[in-house]
Ligand binder design. Structure first.
Ligand code: GKR
Ligand code: MG
Length: 425
């Protein structure tokens, strides 16, 4: 079997006006969909974040892998490595590197292809399942009232039963609690993460305390200010949340700062911003900067790299959770196959999927039940892509005018003069 063709389709998916440390989500989240076609006509799919630079890198890689046997992942990665340029994740909450995403897109699509060619689910190609369902956490966001673009996202009844979660956003603890209740009752989530770094720290601490009061001690809570707090701020907020947070995600920037916060608090620290590559791991272990790493196959470079990370976490006694950006069902299916093959105890994984629910490009979108998604046992990722939907989302891409994620610019549209600060409070 050979890779005979590769199609890369940029898509734009409606996204609500979610706030974070870097500003505001645009009305559309950008993703790249890759389809590898084998010489015997089998398609393998992958999905990654969709910036212009990543698209250019993926197009270069695609040319170099035509004609290779998709089983030869080492040879495929060697070809990608010949092209790869050093790149930087940047200071934003999301990861701006192109080449880790390219490796992930190609590897996931190859695994989907190989699974289909052999009649086995990807999880079997990764060593077999250690769990049959993968639990996820509710992912709460403060929202910007009135933003959200022309498609009138707030009016689309795409996730019936939890419109409250999509209603007015404000610094309103009751609103955050209502969002959590709606999301948990619709999807059955049993843990909750609040995206912070938006309002002054005491306000976000108050939101967490309101969630604790509403949900009780049995529902684990997490807060993620995306690294824009100072060490003293993070320690003082952390002291108010001791015994309340399951983990404290990237309260500050950089391993040395994370280590200082970790030493001062009895709450485990987690990261998807300060330890994000294999090169970062020695520093993390030496300094003790975090107890939990949020893996993400999109930016650790694929399934095998994520399983390598999982092994290192087991050796060094680090916990493992899973990070997410706005995504569609191909990514969700890949996350589920990977989590099912990961032999670590896993914290409930992150997913933005509820914010994209109803806009998916799968013929049969994956379903959440009691907060978890069942592992699909069909060949490959177990999914079928709806080509008409794919074409529609590509059409959104062509008309929406976005080619890069830039939450700062979106924020400036509603608050002129607003600027992203790497450390704000
Ligand atoms: O979607 O606004 C967002 C998040 O802040 C995202 O960009 C982060 O990468 O979810 C992420 C996180 O856990 O830091
Ligand atoms: Mg995070």
């Amino acid at each position: 079997m050979r890779i005979a063709d590769c199609h890369i389709t940029p898509v734009a998916v409606p996204d609500p006006p979610l706030l974070n440390a870097a500003g505001l989500h645009a009305p559309y989240a950008l993703r790249l969909i890759i389809e590898l076609v084998s010489d015997d006509g089998i398609s393998g799919w992958g999905e990654i974040p969709g910036s212009k630079s990543t698209r250019a890198a993926l197009a270069q890689a695609a040319e170099r892998i035509i004609g290779i046997d998709p089983w030869q992942l080492n040879a495929i990665f060697a070809r990608i490595d010949q092209l790869a340029q050093p790149d930087d994740r940047g200071a934003t909450p999301w990861d701006n590197r192109a080449w880790v995403h390219v490796r992930s897109a190609v590897e996931v699509a190859c695994y989907d292809l190989l699974g289909k060619a052999t009649g086995r689910p990807v999880v079997d190609l990764l060593g077999g399942a250690v769990r049959d369902r993968v639990p996820f956490a509710a992912y709460l966001f403060y929202k910007q009232a009135g933003a959200g673009g022309e498609h009138g996202f707030e009016r689309e009844p795409t996730a019936t039963g939890w419109m409250a979660a999509r209603a007015e956003a404000a610094l309103d603890h009751a609103g955050i609690v209502a969002q959590a209740q709606a999301m948990c009752s619709h999807y059955g989530f049993r843990s909750i993460k609040l995206k912070g770094g938006v309002f002054p720290p005491d306000a976000e601490v108050a939101s967490i305390l309101a969630l604790r009061e509403a949900f009780g001690a049995d529902v684990p809570l997490r807060l993620d200010p995306n690294a824009i707090w100072r060490v003293d701020t993070a320690i003082s907020a952390g002291n108010k949340l001791s015994g309340v947070l399951e983990y404290y995600e990237d309260p500050v920037r950089g391993q040395a700062n994370m280590a200082a916060v970790a030493r001062a608090l009895d709450i485990p620290l987690a990261t998807n911003m300060c330890t994000t590559s294999f090169a970062d791991l020695p520093g993390s272990i030496q300094q003790g900067s975090e107890a939990i790493i949020l893996s993400d196959h999109h930016f650790w470079g694929g399934f095998r790299a994520s399983l390598d990370l999982a092994s290192i976490c087991r050796v060094f006694g680090r916990g493992l959770s899973m990070h997410s950006n706005s995504h569609l069902g191909i990514s969700l299916a890949a996350m589920v196959q990977l989590a099912a093959a990961t032999p670590n105890d896993l914290y409930d994984c992150d997913t933005h999927y509820p914010w994209q629910d109803g806009h998916d490009l799968l013929v049969k979108p994956l379903q959440f039940e009691n907060g978890s998604v069942a592992l699909l046992h069909e060949p490959g990722l177990g999914i079928e892509v709806d080509r008409a939907r794919l074409a529609q989302l590509h059409q959104h891409y062509l008309t929406c005018g976005l080619t890069e994620r830039n939450d700062e610019i979106e924020m400036q549209k509603v608050e002129p003069g607003w600027s992203f600060q790497a450390t704000r409070w």
